[in-house]
Write a protein that binds this ligand. Structure first.
Ligand code: GAL
Length: 718
């Protein structure tokens, strides 16, 4: 760090892991997101990442105390784009934006108030910077110009007047006694993201059932209506994996008791067991505003803040181990032990319902820091309870922060703008977050279909009918198309589960913004800015902020349609791409899609290998798959690493998992054929033996002909 004046902090960089540099400025408080999230770095996987040099000149990072606050400044190169800074909804490229990052319910204004305010950015130049702080942080991404280095002065009336060029720094400004700073190497943006995820403990691996379809019941429903709902899904031949209960299940809400409302659920254990018999898990809504008279409220009163939240509820101080212990004890007894599968931790995000900043907490933690960590504490509390029972959980949370990648929760919110939901899917991938773009209700059929289609290509596929009581089949004119996409989601679970395994073990996000995809980068090795003989399309401003398409697993590109949109363009990464449904080649870089209530546009990269549950198997339980259809797209050889384990316990951490390399190769006659080259599996403690029947199908195109060219059946005993 520079020594610019006597207020400058001098710190030295250490390198605790390859291409992860750490410095401490001042004296940080103990309440930081990385400490609160509690993940342990995956050192082996970190060691496998490429090494890179420190991305800045040794003295280029400046850290000073200015006006009593911390100012940390990093160089920004010409032409660099900056992504990340937590969950964003309107744009991915942060260049030119100044914000105050703070925890809050996003309400349509991209000013830094968000469900995951994370001072962590990734540069298109292939490195990342992170401030591990729970304080509010003002961020200035290329927006500041010191007086001595002001931009060229211009006159607005002059024809050559141009908008100001970006400044040469990314600045952070925060009111904190100190801060831990991490710099992460690449060389590619995806490597930075992987490094970050692995540092936080790797990505989460949800149970298999978590990747199936979810439905949140109307809040006034009881046992009878819920069981009827499950029957109706069956009648409609729709898979249902998880039923979510909303506030009505509590004996009082809000404030919340965390005890069952016996008029609706007379015997909770029987209810949960009845659903389990039908292959459906139960997820419980909850928030941290405790009813002062309930059992939990009484025991937690001494561990709660000085002021109540909006609904008169006590807000427990979760930074205290005793608070967490008491909460877990109650949840385990009343919920986990009777078979409940997880939680939706709601309303952990906003100061409008949390107590004021002048409230006090028994631990002495400041409300400002506490509220930005509350969502992390709740996720960790939930995760640890299930982990202790050797059961994996998957749930929802409305507030998160740095360090959450290993915690099995998807974020959501109430804003309900479909486009912003898709941007959220993209932006979440920069910071180890999972995002659930909700479908609750719609004013018309097309919108309902478009929302459910997008939901089915997100980390957690759910209808949130808590207030609407809406069903997948609500709009008869699209009921068939809705069924098709839910069934397709279900069939893609082997592919998606393997993508999650890559997240868990190697830090690769299962759903990714396009900028993380090779072949979509301005830094591609192109000759003089040219690609395929045309101007490099990826260097244009619209490509540097593409937020309405994303990658799903290793080889599927999703380009969702929005209501009222009969056509849209998709920017295909360099290379050849094929239509998922027909196998026909599509030509880019910009490809126009036309659709009239059609399926969600999906494209597969050349050589993409996609294992799917065989047709008709979408209603089977999601425990072990037997018959897999393995599709191959295009003409290039390809390989897919099919991961499998018991799908619900932590035995995989002890090596009880299996991996099969599904390969599609050309034989000596030049024909594509599917094979499983040996050896395929790593197993310290092998997963229970099972047989897969794999049917390879190649969807190749030649002279305009589209069709399945070869098919091989393989029985495999791993
Ligand atoms: C909101 C939440 C909704 C629903 C509702 C129930 O805070 O975002 O998804 O759960 O509470 O009151």
């Amino acid at each position: 760090m520079t020594t610019r004046d006597e207020n400058t902090f001098i710190a030295t960089w250490t390198e605790p892991f390859g291409a992860v540099w750490r410095a401490i400025a001042g004296a940080p408080t103990g309440q930081t997101p990385l400490a609160a999230s509690g993940g342990s770095p995956k050192s082996d996987a970190l060691a496998d990442l490429p090494k890179t040099p420190f991305p800045f000149a040794a003295d280029a990072v400046a850290c000073q105390r200015v006006n009593g606050k911390l100012h940390v400044s990093f160089p920004l190169g010409a032409g660099e784009d900056i992504y990340g800074m937590g969950l964003t909804y309107r744009s991915l490229n942060q260049l030119g934006q100044a914000k105050c990052l703070r925890m809050g319910h996003y309400s349509g204004q991209e000013d830094g108030r968000t469900h995951a305010p994370m001072p962590f950015y990734i540069s298109s130049a292939g490195y990342g910077v992170l401030l591990n702080t729970a304080s509010r942080v003002h961020t200035y991404v290329g927006t500041t110009h010191p007086r001595e280095a002001h931009p060229p002065l211009q006159d607005r009336v002059h024809p050559d007047w141009r908008p100001i060029q970006p400044g040469r720094t990314v600045d952070f400004y925060l009111d904190a006694p100190g801060v831990e700073i991490l710099v992460l190497g690449g060389p590619q943006m995806l490597d930075v993201v992987r490094r970050y995820n692995l540092l936080c403990g790797g990505g989460c691996l949800p149970p298999k059932w978590g990747l199936g379809f979810w439905h949140r019941a109307n809040m006034n429903w009881g046992e009878k209506e819920c069981l009827e709902l499950v029957d109706r899904y069956r009648e409609h031949r729709l898979p249902l994996s998880v039923l979510g209960l909303e506030p009505g299940w509590h004996s009082n809400c809000y404030p919340t008791t965390h005890d069952w409302r016996t008029s609706l659920f007379p015997e909770p254990r029987r209810f949960v067991a009845a659903l389990e018999e039908r292959g459906v898990k139960v997820n419980l809504w909850q928030n941290p505003f405790l009813h002062p008279d309930c059992k939990l409220g009484q025991s937690l009163a001494p561990y709660s803040g000085s002021h109540t939240g909006s609904w008169g509820g006590l807000v427990p101080d979760l930074t205290l181990p005793e608070t967490r212990r008491l909460m877990q004890e109650h949840f385990i007894k009343e919920h986990v032990a009777i078979g409940v599968s997880g939680y939706k931790h709601d309303e952990v995000d906003d100061e409008s319902w949390l107590p004021p900043f002048f409230a006090t907490y028994p631990s002495g933690t400041s409300p400002e820091e506490y509220y930005s960590l509350l969502g992390l504490y709740m996720q960790r509390l939930g995760f640890e309870m299930f982990r202790a029972a050797n059961r994996r959980t998957y749930g929802l949370v409305r507030g998160s922060n740095l360090g959450a990648s290993y915690l099995p929760y998807a974020l959501y919110n109430d804003c309900y703008d479909h486009r912003e939901y898709i941007t959220g899917l993209c932006s979440s991938s920069f910071g180890g977050l999972l995002w659930c773009p909700e479908a609750r209700t719609s004013s018309q059929a097309e919108e309902w279909l478009r929302r459910i289609q997008a939901v089915c290509f997100s980390p957690l596929a759910m209808i949130n009918a808590w207030a609407s009581g809406e069903m997948p089949w609500t709009f008869p004119e699209v009921a068939g198309a809705v069924r098709e996409v839910i069934s397709l989601r279900q069939r893609l679970i082997p592919y998606l589960y393997s993508a999650f395994a890559e997240y868990a073990f190697r830090g690769i996000p299962p759903v990714r913004a396009m900028m993380l995809e090779p072949g979509f980068s301005v830094s591609l090795d192109v000759t003089a800015g040219k690609l395929h003989g045309t101007d490099n399309p990826y260097s244009r401003p619209e490509a540097r902020d593409v937020a309405d398409q994303f990658m799903f697993g290793p080889s599927i590109l999703v380009a969702p349609l929005f209501a009222g949109q009969a056509e849209r363009r998709v920017l295909l990464p360099a290379g050849r791409w094929f239509d998922f449904y027909t196998g026909a080649e599509v030509f880019g870089p910009w490809h126009t899609i036309r659709s009239n209530l059609g399926p969600i546009p999906l494209f597969v990269k050349d050589g993409g290998v996609i294992p799917m549950l065989a047709e008709g198997d979408d209603l089977q339980p999601l425990t072990r798959w037997r018959n897999l259809e393995v599709r191959h797209y295009g003409e290039a050889e390809g390989v897919f690493s099919l991961y499998d384990d018991d799908g619900e316990t932590f035995a995989y951490e002890q090596g009880a998992w299996t991996k099969l390399e599904l390969a599609v190769r050309r034989n000596s006659a030049g024909r594509l054929h599917g094979c499983v080259p040996a050896p395929q599996s790593h197993s310290v403690n092998p997963a229970p033996v099972c047989t897969w029947r794999l049917t390879f199908q190649s969807t190749a195109t030649r002279q305009g002909q589209v069709g399945m060219k070869s098919s091989t059946a393989i029985d495999r005993r791993p």
